[in-house]
Design a binder for this molecule. Structure first.
Ligand code: RET
Ligand code: FE2
Length: 556
Protein backbone atom coordinates (compact mmCIF):
# COMPACT_ATOMS: atom_id res chain seq x y z
CA UNK A 1 0.00 0.00 0.00
CA UNK A 2 3.04 2.20 0.41
CA UNK A 3 3.23 2.37 -3.39
CA UNK A 4 -0.31 3.73 -3.52
CA UNK A 5 -0.41 6.13 -0.59
CA UNK A 6 2.80 6.43 1.37
CA UNK A 7 5.40 7.54 -1.10
CA UNK A 8 5.72 11.03 -2.52
CA UNK A 9 5.56 10.68 -6.28
CA UNK A 10 8.38 11.88 -8.52
CA UNK A 11 7.42 14.33 -11.27
CA UNK A 12 7.91 13.26 -14.88
CA UNK A 13 8.82 16.65 -16.28
CA UNK A 14 9.90 15.55 -19.75
CA UNK A 15 7.30 13.73 -21.83
CA UNK A 16 8.02 10.00 -21.88
CA UNK A 17 6.72 7.66 -24.57
CA UNK A 18 4.66 4.69 -23.42
CA UNK A 19 4.99 1.08 -24.56
CA UNK A 20 1.71 0.46 -26.38
CA UNK A 21 0.22 -3.00 -26.76
CA UNK A 22 -2.96 -3.50 -28.78
CA UNK A 23 -4.22 -0.81 -31.13
CA UNK A 24 -5.37 2.66 -30.22
CA UNK A 25 -8.21 3.78 -32.54
CA UNK A 26 -6.72 6.26 -35.05
CA UNK A 27 -9.47 8.81 -34.32
CA UNK A 28 -8.44 9.01 -30.65
CA UNK A 29 -6.17 12.07 -30.65
CA UNK A 30 -5.88 14.43 -27.72
CA UNK A 31 -4.83 14.76 -24.12
CA UNK A 32 -6.23 13.13 -21.02
CA UNK A 33 -5.49 15.60 -18.25
CA UNK A 34 -5.95 14.54 -14.63
CA UNK A 35 -5.44 15.75 -11.10
CA UNK A 36 -4.97 14.16 -7.69
CA UNK A 37 -2.83 14.14 -4.54
CA UNK A 38 0.80 13.10 -5.09
CA UNK A 39 2.80 14.25 -2.04
CA UNK A 40 1.83 13.54 1.55
CA UNK A 41 4.97 14.49 3.47
CA UNK A 42 7.06 17.67 3.43
CA UNK A 43 10.34 17.53 5.36
CA UNK A 44 9.47 15.72 8.57
CA UNK A 45 5.82 16.75 8.60
CA UNK A 46 3.02 14.64 7.21
CA UNK A 47 -0.55 15.20 6.22
CA UNK A 48 -3.26 13.24 8.02
CA UNK A 49 -5.63 12.67 5.13
CA UNK A 50 -5.30 11.48 1.55
CA UNK A 51 -7.33 14.51 0.31
CA UNK A 52 -4.67 16.80 1.84
CA UNK A 53 -1.89 15.72 -0.54
CA UNK A 54 -0.24 18.27 -2.80
CA UNK A 55 -1.81 18.36 -6.27
CA UNK A 56 0.07 16.41 -8.93
CA UNK A 57 -1.16 17.00 -12.49
CA UNK A 58 -0.54 14.34 -15.10
CA UNK A 59 -1.37 13.98 -18.75
CA UNK A 60 -1.49 11.30 -21.41
CA UNK A 61 -1.18 12.72 -24.89
CA UNK A 62 -2.48 10.31 -27.50
CA UNK A 63 -1.14 10.95 -30.97
CA UNK A 64 -1.20 8.64 -33.98
CA UNK A 65 -1.44 5.50 -31.90
CA UNK A 66 1.30 6.53 -29.46
CA UNK A 67 0.98 7.81 -25.88
CA UNK A 68 3.21 10.38 -24.16
CA UNK A 69 3.06 10.93 -20.41
CA UNK A 70 4.18 13.73 -18.15
CA UNK A 71 3.44 14.93 -14.62
CA UNK A 72 4.10 18.10 -12.66
CA UNK A 73 3.24 19.29 -9.18
CA UNK A 74 0.88 22.24 -9.13
CA UNK A 75 3.13 25.08 -8.04
CA UNK A 76 0.44 26.58 -5.83
CA UNK A 77 1.22 29.18 -3.17
CA UNK A 78 0.62 26.31 -0.74
CA UNK A 79 3.19 24.08 -2.47
CA UNK A 80 5.76 26.88 -2.63
CA UNK A 81 5.27 27.90 1.02
CA UNK A 82 5.59 24.29 2.19
CA UNK A 83 8.69 23.63 0.11
CA UNK A 84 10.33 26.84 1.27
CA UNK A 85 9.64 26.06 4.95
CA UNK A 86 10.45 22.36 4.38
CA UNK A 87 7.32 21.47 6.35
CA UNK A 88 3.55 21.76 6.02
CA UNK A 89 2.56 25.36 6.75
CA UNK A 90 -0.86 25.58 5.09
CA UNK A 91 -3.97 23.84 6.42
CA UNK A 92 -5.77 21.30 4.29
CA UNK A 93 -9.00 19.30 4.67
CA UNK A 94 -7.65 16.92 7.34
CA UNK A 95 -4.58 18.78 8.62
CA UNK A 96 -4.44 22.10 10.46
CA UNK A 97 -1.07 23.76 10.01
CA UNK A 98 0.58 26.91 11.27
CA UNK A 99 2.89 29.25 9.42
CA UNK A 100 5.02 29.80 12.53
CA UNK A 101 6.52 26.94 14.51
CA UNK A 102 5.35 28.10 17.98
CA UNK A 103 2.15 26.21 18.27
CA UNK A 104 1.44 27.06 21.90
CA UNK A 105 -2.08 28.08 22.78
CA UNK A 106 -1.18 31.76 23.28
CA UNK A 107 0.29 32.22 19.85
CA UNK A 108 -2.64 30.34 18.38
CA UNK A 109 -5.08 32.54 20.26
CA UNK A 110 -3.23 35.59 19.02
CA UNK A 111 -3.38 34.42 15.43
CA UNK A 112 -7.03 33.62 15.98
CA UNK A 113 -7.73 37.20 16.95
CA UNK A 114 -6.01 38.48 13.87
CA UNK A 115 -7.79 36.15 11.43
CA UNK A 116 -10.78 34.06 12.42
CA UNK A 117 -10.80 31.61 9.55
CA UNK A 118 -7.35 31.60 7.94
CA UNK A 119 -7.12 31.99 4.22
CA UNK A 120 -8.01 28.69 2.55
CA UNK A 121 -5.57 26.62 0.55
CA UNK A 122 -4.95 26.90 -3.20
CA UNK A 123 -3.75 23.29 -3.34
CA UNK A 124 -6.21 22.51 -6.16
CA UNK A 125 -6.04 18.72 -6.21
CA UNK A 126 -9.51 17.53 -7.16
CA UNK A 127 -10.39 18.24 -10.77
CA UNK A 128 -9.72 20.24 -13.93
CA UNK A 129 -12.27 22.77 -15.14
CA UNK A 130 -12.45 24.22 -18.61
CA UNK A 131 -13.66 27.77 -18.90
CA UNK A 132 -13.71 29.08 -22.43
CA UNK A 133 -10.18 28.58 -23.65
CA UNK A 134 -8.69 28.35 -20.19
CA UNK A 135 -8.08 25.35 -17.96
CA UNK A 136 -8.03 25.44 -14.17
CA UNK A 137 -6.98 23.01 -11.46
CA UNK A 138 -9.81 23.06 -8.91
CA UNK A 139 -10.59 22.16 -5.32
CA UNK A 140 -13.48 23.13 -3.02
CA UNK A 141 -12.17 26.40 -1.61
CA UNK A 142 -12.48 29.87 -3.18
CA UNK A 143 -9.25 29.35 -5.13
CA UNK A 144 -8.42 27.86 -8.52
CA UNK A 145 -5.12 27.82 -10.40
CA UNK A 146 -5.01 28.35 -14.14
CA UNK A 147 -2.74 25.80 -15.78
CA UNK A 148 -1.22 25.23 -19.18
CA UNK A 149 -2.87 21.98 -20.32
CA UNK A 150 0.07 21.06 -22.53
CA UNK A 151 3.05 21.77 -20.33
CA UNK A 152 1.18 21.40 -16.98
CA UNK A 153 2.78 24.63 -15.90
CA UNK A 154 1.00 26.51 -13.08
CA UNK A 155 -0.32 29.95 -14.02
CA UNK A 156 -2.23 32.60 -12.08
CA UNK A 157 -4.18 32.09 -8.90
CA UNK A 158 -7.86 32.91 -9.24
CA UNK A 159 -9.97 33.96 -6.27
CA UNK A 160 -13.62 33.21 -6.98
CA UNK A 161 -14.54 35.91 -4.44
CA UNK A 162 -13.46 38.59 -6.92
CA UNK A 163 -16.33 37.54 -9.15
CA UNK A 164 -19.00 36.00 -6.91
CA UNK A 165 -19.58 36.06 -3.14
CA UNK A 166 -18.66 32.47 -2.25
CA UNK A 167 -16.17 30.89 0.18
CA UNK A 168 -16.48 27.33 -1.09
CA UNK A 169 -17.22 26.00 -4.58
CA UNK A 170 -17.65 22.53 -6.03
CA UNK A 171 -14.95 20.92 -8.17
CA UNK A 172 -17.72 19.40 -10.33
CA UNK A 173 -19.12 22.14 -12.54
CA UNK A 174 -21.51 21.41 -15.41
CA UNK A 175 -21.08 22.58 -18.98
CA UNK A 176 -23.80 23.37 -21.49
CA UNK A 177 -23.45 22.70 -25.21
CA UNK A 178 -21.81 26.07 -25.78
CA UNK A 179 -19.24 25.34 -23.05
CA UNK A 180 -20.71 27.79 -20.50
CA UNK A 181 -19.94 26.70 -16.96
CA UNK A 182 -22.61 26.27 -14.29
CA UNK A 183 -21.29 25.79 -10.78
CA UNK A 184 -22.39 26.12 -7.16
CA UNK A 185 -20.75 27.50 -4.07
CA UNK A 186 -21.51 28.39 -0.48
CA UNK A 187 -21.33 31.84 0.96
CA UNK A 188 -20.63 31.62 4.66
CA UNK A 189 -19.54 35.12 5.58
CA UNK A 190 -21.68 37.42 3.46
CA UNK A 191 -23.59 39.69 5.87
CA UNK A 192 -24.51 36.76 8.07
CA UNK A 193 -26.69 35.25 5.36
CA UNK A 194 -25.41 31.76 4.71
CA UNK A 195 -26.54 30.71 1.27
CA UNK A 196 -25.88 28.41 -1.65
CA UNK A 197 -25.12 30.26 -4.85
CA UNK A 198 -25.55 28.89 -8.35
CA UNK A 199 -23.45 30.83 -10.84
CA UNK A 200 -22.66 30.82 -14.53
CA UNK A 201 -19.34 31.58 -16.21
CA UNK A 202 -19.69 32.24 -19.96
CA UNK A 203 -17.39 30.28 -22.27
CA UNK A 204 -16.69 33.32 -24.36
CA UNK A 205 -16.76 37.04 -23.88
CA UNK A 206 -18.31 39.25 -26.59
CA UNK A 207 -15.56 40.61 -28.88
CA UNK A 208 -16.16 44.23 -27.79
CA UNK A 209 -15.60 43.38 -24.12
CA UNK A 210 -12.70 41.02 -24.62
CA UNK A 211 -9.42 42.97 -24.39
CA UNK A 212 -7.63 40.16 -22.62
CA UNK A 213 -10.41 39.76 -20.08
CA UNK A 214 -11.10 36.40 -18.57
CA UNK A 215 -14.67 35.05 -18.92
CA UNK A 216 -14.61 34.88 -15.11
CA UNK A 217 -15.13 38.65 -15.07
CA UNK A 218 -18.52 37.93 -16.61
CA UNK A 219 -19.57 35.48 -13.90
CA UNK A 220 -23.25 35.89 -13.16
CA UNK A 221 -25.24 34.75 -10.14
CA UNK A 222 -27.99 32.51 -11.38
CA UNK A 223 -29.89 31.83 -8.16
CA UNK A 224 -29.26 31.91 -4.41
CA UNK A 225 -30.84 29.48 -1.97
CA UNK A 226 -30.76 30.42 1.70
CA UNK A 227 -29.25 27.73 3.90
CA UNK A 228 -31.78 26.13 6.26
CA UNK A 229 -29.29 26.75 9.03
CA UNK A 230 -27.21 29.92 9.17
CA UNK A 231 -24.44 28.34 11.19
CA UNK A 232 -24.35 24.92 9.61
CA UNK A 233 -24.74 24.85 5.84
CA UNK A 234 -24.70 21.55 4.00
CA UNK A 235 -21.49 20.17 2.57
CA UNK A 236 -21.91 19.05 -1.03
CA UNK A 237 -19.43 17.81 -3.60
CA UNK A 238 -21.53 18.05 -6.78
CA UNK A 239 -25.02 18.81 -8.04
CA UNK A 240 -27.24 17.76 -10.97
CA UNK A 241 -28.73 19.51 -13.99
CA UNK A 242 -31.48 18.68 -16.47
CA UNK A 243 -32.26 20.75 -19.56
CA UNK A 244 -34.46 23.14 -17.55
CA UNK A 245 -33.66 22.51 -13.90
CA UNK A 246 -30.88 22.26 -11.33
CA UNK A 247 -30.98 19.57 -8.64
CA UNK A 248 -29.36 20.45 -5.33
CA UNK A 249 -29.36 18.16 -2.30
CA UNK A 250 -29.19 20.00 1.01
CA UNK A 251 -27.98 16.98 2.91
CA UNK A 252 -27.56 16.58 6.67
CA UNK A 253 -23.77 16.33 6.28
CA UNK A 254 -22.97 19.82 7.43
CA UNK A 255 -20.18 22.27 8.13
CA UNK A 256 -20.24 23.88 11.55
CA UNK A 257 -19.21 27.49 11.03
CA UNK A 258 -18.63 28.18 14.72
CA UNK A 259 -16.34 25.17 14.90
CA UNK A 260 -14.57 26.39 11.76
CA UNK A 261 -14.12 29.83 13.29
CA UNK A 262 -12.33 28.32 16.30
CA UNK A 263 -10.56 25.43 14.54
CA UNK A 264 -7.34 27.33 14.02
CA UNK A 265 -7.15 28.25 17.70
CA UNK A 266 -8.12 24.76 18.83
CA UNK A 267 -5.62 23.11 16.50
CA UNK A 268 -8.17 20.87 14.81
CA UNK A 269 -8.75 20.26 11.10
CA UNK A 270 -11.56 21.47 8.84
CA UNK A 271 -12.69 17.86 8.56
CA UNK A 272 -13.44 17.84 12.29
CA UNK A 273 -15.88 20.72 11.69
CA UNK A 274 -18.13 18.53 9.53
CA UNK A 275 -20.77 16.22 10.92
CA UNK A 276 -23.49 13.92 9.68
CA UNK A 277 -26.86 14.40 11.39
CA UNK A 278 -28.62 11.09 10.85
CA UNK A 279 -31.78 12.33 12.57
CA UNK A 280 -32.33 15.01 9.90
CA UNK A 281 -33.79 14.91 6.42
CA UNK A 282 -32.16 15.45 3.05
CA UNK A 283 -33.92 18.36 1.34
CA UNK A 284 -34.21 18.18 -2.43
CA UNK A 285 -34.12 21.60 -4.11
CA UNK A 286 -35.23 21.86 -7.72
CA UNK A 287 -34.38 25.17 -9.36
CA UNK A 288 -36.10 26.19 -12.60
CA UNK A 289 -33.42 27.52 -14.94
CA UNK A 290 -35.99 29.59 -16.84
CA UNK A 291 -37.35 31.52 -13.86
CA UNK A 292 -34.10 31.15 -11.86
CA UNK A 293 -36.24 30.30 -8.84
CA UNK A 294 -36.62 27.17 -6.74
CA UNK A 295 -39.76 25.11 -7.26
CA UNK A 296 -41.78 25.89 -4.08
CA UNK A 297 -42.82 22.30 -3.19
CA UNK A 298 -40.83 20.93 -0.26
CA UNK A 299 -39.32 17.66 -1.45
CA UNK A 300 -37.30 15.57 0.96
CA UNK A 301 -35.87 12.11 1.49
CA UNK A 302 -34.21 10.28 4.37
CA UNK A 303 -30.81 11.31 5.74
CA UNK A 304 -28.07 10.26 3.35
CA UNK A 305 -24.72 11.44 2.01
CA UNK A 306 -24.06 12.02 -1.68
CA UNK A 307 -20.74 13.05 -3.13
CA UNK A 308 -21.33 12.37 -6.81
CA UNK A 309 -24.40 13.09 -8.92
CA UNK A 310 -24.41 10.83 -11.96
CA UNK A 311 -27.04 12.42 -14.22
CA UNK A 312 -30.53 13.91 -14.16
CA UNK A 313 -33.26 14.37 -16.76
CA UNK A 314 -36.90 15.26 -17.25
CA UNK A 315 -39.42 12.54 -18.05
CA UNK A 316 -43.22 12.39 -17.84
CA UNK A 317 -43.63 15.50 -15.69
CA UNK A 318 -40.86 14.44 -13.32
CA UNK A 319 -37.21 15.08 -12.68
CA UNK A 320 -35.35 11.80 -12.52
CA UNK A 321 -31.92 11.99 -10.91
CA UNK A 322 -29.29 9.35 -10.24
CA UNK A 323 -26.77 9.70 -7.42
CA UNK A 324 -24.22 7.58 -5.55
CA UNK A 325 -25.54 7.47 -1.99
CA UNK A 326 -24.11 6.50 1.40
CA UNK A 327 -25.98 5.96 4.62
CA UNK A 328 -23.51 8.16 6.52
CA UNK A 329 -20.33 10.21 6.07
CA UNK A 330 -17.89 7.42 7.01
CA UNK A 331 -16.33 7.45 3.52
CA UNK A 332 -14.22 10.52 4.31
CA UNK A 333 -12.98 8.85 7.52
CA UNK A 334 -11.58 5.93 5.56
CA UNK A 335 -9.11 8.16 3.76
CA UNK A 336 -7.05 9.06 6.86
CA UNK A 337 -3.54 8.02 5.92
CA UNK A 338 -3.11 6.24 9.24
CA UNK A 339 -5.69 3.74 7.94
CA UNK A 340 -4.12 3.35 4.51
CA UNK A 341 -1.12 1.37 5.75
CA UNK A 342 -0.17 -2.34 5.90
CA UNK A 343 -3.46 -3.08 7.62
CA UNK A 344 -5.26 -1.40 4.75
CA UNK A 345 -7.61 -4.33 4.27
CA UNK A 346 -8.75 -4.20 7.90
CA UNK A 347 -8.75 -0.43 8.40
CA UNK A 348 -10.52 0.69 5.28
CA UNK A 349 -13.53 -1.63 5.19
CA UNK A 350 -16.52 0.25 3.87
CA UNK A 351 -19.17 0.50 6.55
CA UNK A 352 -21.49 2.27 4.16
CA UNK A 353 -21.58 0.85 0.64
CA UNK A 354 -21.71 3.38 -2.21
CA UNK A 355 -25.01 2.69 -3.97
CA UNK A 356 -26.44 4.02 -7.22
CA UNK A 357 -30.00 5.17 -6.52
CA UNK A 358 -32.59 6.74 -8.77
CA UNK A 359 -34.91 9.42 -7.43
CA UNK A 360 -38.00 10.85 -9.12
CA UNK A 361 -39.46 14.22 -8.18
CA UNK A 362 -42.86 15.36 -9.56
CA UNK A 363 -42.83 18.80 -11.16
CA UNK A 364 -46.55 19.37 -10.65
CA UNK A 365 -48.13 18.40 -7.39
CA UNK A 366 -51.88 17.91 -7.65
CA UNK A 367 -53.34 19.94 -4.79
CA UNK A 368 -56.36 17.63 -4.71
CA UNK A 369 -54.38 14.40 -4.50
CA UNK A 370 -54.87 12.57 -1.24
CA UNK A 371 -52.16 12.39 1.37
CA UNK A 372 -50.19 9.20 0.75
CA UNK A 373 -50.64 9.23 -3.05
CA UNK A 374 -47.60 8.30 -5.12
CA UNK A 375 -47.17 11.21 -7.52
CA UNK A 376 -44.74 9.38 -9.84
CA UNK A 377 -46.44 8.04 -12.95
CA UNK A 378 -43.37 7.14 -15.01
CA UNK A 379 -43.14 3.45 -15.76
CA UNK A 380 -39.35 3.39 -16.04
CA UNK A 381 -38.67 3.66 -12.29
CA UNK A 382 -39.98 2.27 -9.03
CA UNK A 383 -38.90 5.44 -7.22
CA UNK A 384 -41.84 7.03 -5.39
CA UNK A 385 -42.83 10.51 -4.23
CA UNK A 386 -45.57 10.44 -1.62
CA UNK A 387 -47.77 13.43 -1.06
CA UNK A 388 -47.81 14.55 2.56
CA UNK A 389 -49.54 17.25 4.52
CA UNK A 390 -48.36 20.90 4.32
CA UNK A 391 -47.13 20.82 0.75
CA UNK A 392 -44.41 18.28 1.53
CA UNK A 393 -43.41 15.39 -0.71
CA UNK A 394 -41.42 12.42 0.59
CA UNK A 395 -39.24 10.81 -2.09
CA UNK A 396 -38.04 7.21 -1.88
CA UNK A 397 -35.45 6.07 -4.39
CA UNK A 398 -35.05 2.96 -6.49
CA UNK A 399 -31.85 1.01 -5.77
CA UNK A 400 -29.98 0.42 -9.03
CA UNK A 401 -26.53 -0.97 -8.14
CA UNK A 402 -24.23 -1.34 -5.14
CA UNK A 403 -20.45 -0.93 -5.03
CA UNK A 404 -19.55 1.88 -7.42
CA UNK A 405 -18.04 5.37 -7.25
CA UNK A 406 -16.45 8.01 -9.50
CA UNK A 407 -19.36 7.84 -11.97
CA UNK A 408 -19.09 9.12 -15.52
CA UNK A 409 -21.46 9.26 -18.47
CA UNK A 410 -21.36 10.10 -22.15
CA UNK A 411 -21.49 13.85 -21.49
CA UNK A 412 -23.61 14.56 -24.60
CA UNK A 413 -26.38 12.95 -22.53
CA UNK A 414 -25.82 15.19 -19.53
CA UNK A 415 -29.19 16.51 -18.37
CA UNK A 416 -30.98 14.25 -20.83
CA UNK A 417 -32.34 10.69 -20.78
CA UNK A 418 -29.42 8.29 -20.84
CA UNK A 419 -28.64 4.65 -20.43
CA UNK A 420 -25.06 3.96 -19.33
CA UNK A 421 -23.10 4.71 -16.19
CA UNK A 422 -19.34 4.15 -16.29
CA UNK A 423 -17.77 3.98 -12.85
CA UNK A 424 -15.08 2.55 -10.65
CA UNK A 425 -16.11 -0.67 -8.96
CA UNK A 426 -15.45 -0.81 -5.24
CA UNK A 427 -15.78 -3.90 -3.09
CA UNK A 428 -14.68 -3.92 0.54
CA UNK A 429 -12.59 -0.74 0.37
CA UNK A 430 -13.21 2.70 -1.16
CA UNK A 431 -10.18 2.23 -3.44
CA UNK A 432 -11.47 0.89 -6.79
CA UNK A 433 -10.42 -2.55 -7.96
CA UNK A 434 -12.52 -2.60 -11.15
CA UNK A 435 -14.13 -0.37 -13.69
CA UNK A 436 -17.66 -1.05 -14.78
CA UNK A 437 -20.38 -0.16 -17.24
CA UNK A 438 -23.90 -0.27 -15.84
CA UNK A 439 -26.88 -0.39 -18.16
CA UNK A 440 -29.78 1.40 -16.45
CA UNK A 441 -32.22 -0.13 -18.92
CA UNK A 442 -31.36 -3.83 -18.58
CA UNK A 443 -29.89 -3.38 -15.07
CA UNK A 444 -26.87 -5.44 -16.08
CA UNK A 445 -23.19 -4.57 -15.92
CA UNK A 446 -19.90 -5.30 -17.65
CA UNK A 447 -16.65 -5.20 -15.69
CA UNK A 448 -12.89 -4.90 -16.23
CA UNK A 449 -10.42 -5.83 -13.52
CA UNK A 450 -6.93 -7.29 -13.23
CA UNK A 451 -4.87 -8.70 -10.35
CA UNK A 452 -3.08 -5.98 -8.28
CA UNK A 453 -4.47 -3.20 -10.49
CA UNK A 454 -6.06 -0.07 -9.02
CA UNK A 455 -8.01 1.83 -11.63
CA UNK A 456 -8.82 5.54 -11.71
CA UNK A 457 -12.15 7.07 -12.67
CA UNK A 458 -13.10 5.88 -16.18
CA UNK A 459 -13.70 8.67 -18.71
CA UNK A 460 -15.84 8.14 -21.78
CA UNK A 461 -14.68 9.63 -25.09
CA UNK A 462 -17.19 9.39 -27.96
CA UNK A 463 -16.12 8.17 -31.39
CA UNK A 464 -16.53 10.67 -34.22
CA UNK A 465 -20.01 10.39 -35.73
CA UNK A 466 -21.12 8.17 -32.83
CA UNK A 467 -24.67 6.87 -33.16
CA UNK A 468 -25.12 4.89 -29.99
CA UNK A 469 -24.59 6.33 -26.54
CA UNK A 470 -21.73 3.87 -25.97
CA UNK A 471 -19.94 4.35 -29.34
CA UNK A 472 -16.53 5.36 -28.07
CA UNK A 473 -13.77 4.40 -25.68
CA UNK A 474 -13.13 4.38 -21.96
CA UNK A 475 -9.85 5.81 -20.67
CA UNK A 476 -8.57 4.95 -17.21
CA UNK A 477 -5.12 5.30 -15.63
CA UNK A 478 -4.20 2.11 -13.82
CA UNK A 479 -1.74 1.96 -10.93
CA UNK A 480 -0.26 -1.41 -10.06
CA UNK A 481 0.99 -2.77 -6.74
CA UNK A 482 2.80 -5.63 -8.48
CA UNK A 483 6.47 -4.56 -8.85
CA UNK A 484 6.58 -6.60 -12.09
CA UNK A 485 3.76 -4.62 -13.67
CA UNK A 486 4.14 -1.01 -14.80
CA UNK A 487 1.29 1.50 -14.46
CA UNK A 488 -0.63 2.01 -17.68
CA UNK A 489 -3.32 3.91 -19.51
CA UNK A 490 -6.09 1.47 -20.30
CA UNK A 491 -8.24 1.97 -23.40
CA UNK A 492 -11.43 -0.08 -23.50
CA UNK A 493 -14.06 -0.31 -26.20
CA UNK A 494 -17.01 1.28 -24.39
CA UNK A 495 -19.57 -0.95 -26.08
CA UNK A 496 -18.10 -4.36 -25.33
CA UNK A 497 -15.88 -3.28 -22.42
CA UNK A 498 -13.00 -5.21 -23.95
CA UNK A 499 -9.43 -3.97 -24.01
CA UNK A 500 -8.35 -2.18 -27.18
CA UNK A 501 -4.92 -1.11 -25.98
CA UNK A 502 -2.78 -0.34 -22.98
CA UNK A 503 0.09 2.12 -22.77
CA UNK A 504 2.59 1.12 -20.06
CA UNK A 505 4.89 3.66 -18.46
CA UNK A 506 8.04 3.26 -16.38
CA UNK A 507 7.06 6.19 -14.13
CA UNK A 508 5.80 6.74 -10.59
CA UNK A 509 2.10 7.17 -11.26
CA UNK A 510 -0.25 8.32 -8.51
CA UNK A 511 -3.87 7.37 -7.88
CA UNK A 512 -5.76 10.40 -9.09
CA UNK A 513 -9.26 11.80 -8.61
CA UNK A 514 -10.78 13.52 -11.65
CA UNK A 515 -9.90 15.10 -14.98
CA UNK A 516 -10.98 15.64 -18.56
CA UNK A 517 -10.12 14.71 -22.11
CA UNK A 518 -9.12 17.49 -24.49
CA UNK A 519 -9.65 16.30 -28.05
CA UNK A 520 -7.21 17.57 -30.66
CA UNK A 521 -9.72 19.39 -32.76
CA UNK A 522 -7.36 21.69 -34.57
CA UNK A 523 -4.02 20.01 -34.19
CA UNK A 524 -2.74 22.82 -31.96
CA UNK A 525 -2.12 20.49 -29.06
CA UNK A 526 -0.46 17.96 -31.30
CA UNK A 527 2.41 20.25 -32.17
CA UNK A 528 3.16 20.92 -28.55
CA UNK A 529 2.34 17.57 -27.08
CA UNK A 530 5.78 16.13 -26.99
CA UNK A 531 7.92 19.19 -26.48
CA UNK A 532 8.31 21.28 -23.36
CA UNK A 533 6.76 24.67 -24.12
CA UNK A 534 6.76 27.11 -21.27
CA UNK A 535 4.33 29.70 -22.53
CA UNK A 536 0.62 29.06 -22.17
CA UNK A 537 -1.18 29.78 -25.39
CA UNK A 538 -3.37 32.87 -25.21
CA UNK A 539 -6.03 30.72 -26.74
CA UNK A 540 -6.07 27.15 -25.58
CA UNK A 541 -5.90 23.84 -27.30
CA UNK A 542 -9.62 23.24 -27.34
CA UNK A 543 -11.30 23.31 -30.69
CA UNK A 544 -14.64 24.97 -31.17
CA UNK A 545 -17.62 23.29 -29.61
CA UNK A 546 -19.59 21.41 -32.18
CA UNK A 547 -23.29 20.86 -31.68
CA UNK A 548 -22.78 17.18 -32.56
CA UNK A 549 -20.44 17.14 -29.64
CA UNK A 550 -17.49 15.72 -31.52
CA UNK A 551 -15.31 18.77 -30.97
CA UNK A 552 -15.76 19.31 -27.28
CA UNK A 553 -16.55 16.00 -25.71
CA UNK A 554 -15.05 13.85 -23.08
CA UNK A 555 -15.69 16.47 -20.45
CA UNK A 556 -16.40 15.05 -17.04
C1 RET B 1 -9.62 22.66 2.39
C2 RET B 1 -11.06 22.82 2.79
C3 RET B 1 -12.05 21.93 2.41
C4 RET B 1 -11.61 20.84 1.52
C5 RET B 1 -12.23 19.77 1.07
C6 RET B 1 -11.69 18.77 0.17
C7 RET B 1 -10.29 18.89 -0.32
C8 RET B 1 -12.50 17.75 -0.19
C9 RET B 1 -12.18 16.70 -1.09
C10 RET B 1 -13.11 15.81 -1.44
C11 RET B 1 -12.94 14.71 -2.35
C12 RET B 1 -11.68 14.50 -3.05
C13 RET B 1 -14.00 13.89 -2.52
C14 RET B 1 -14.08 12.76 -3.40
O1 RET B 1 -15.14 12.18 -3.55
C15 RET B 1 -13.51 22.09 2.86
C16 RET B 1 -13.98 20.93 3.69
C17 RET B 1 -14.40 22.26 1.66
C18 RET B 1 -13.74 23.33 3.75
C19 RET B 1 -12.71 24.14 4.17
C20 RET B 1 -11.35 24.02 3.62
FE1 FE2 C 1 -15.47 14.14 -7.01
Amino acid sequence: MDVLFGRNKKEQLEPVQAQVTGRIPPWLQGTLLRNGPGMHTVGDSRYNHWFDGLALLHSFTIRDGEVYYRSKYLKSDTYNANVEANRIVVSEFGTMAYPDPCKNIFSKAFSYLSHTIPDFTDNCLINIMRCGEDFYATTETNYMRRINPQTLETLEKVDYRKYVAINLATAHPHYDEAGNVLNMGTSIVDKGRTKYVIFKIPATVPEANRKGKSPLKHTEVFCSIPSRSLLSPSYYHSFGVTQNYVVFLEQPFRLDILKMATAYMRGVSWASCMAFHREDKTHIHIIDQRTRKPVPTRFYTDAMVVFHHVNAYEEGGCIVFDVITYKDSSLYDLFYLANLNQDFEENSRLTSVPTLRRFAVPLHVDGNAEVGTNLIKVASTTATALKERDDQVYCQPELLLEGLELPQINYTHNGKPYRYVFAAGVQWSPIPTQILKYDTLTKSSLRWGEESCWPAEPLFVPAPGAKDEDDGVILSAIVSTDPQKLPFLLILDAKSFTELARASLAVEMHLDLHGLFIPDADGAARNQATSETEQAPASGCQGPHRPDGAGGLGLP
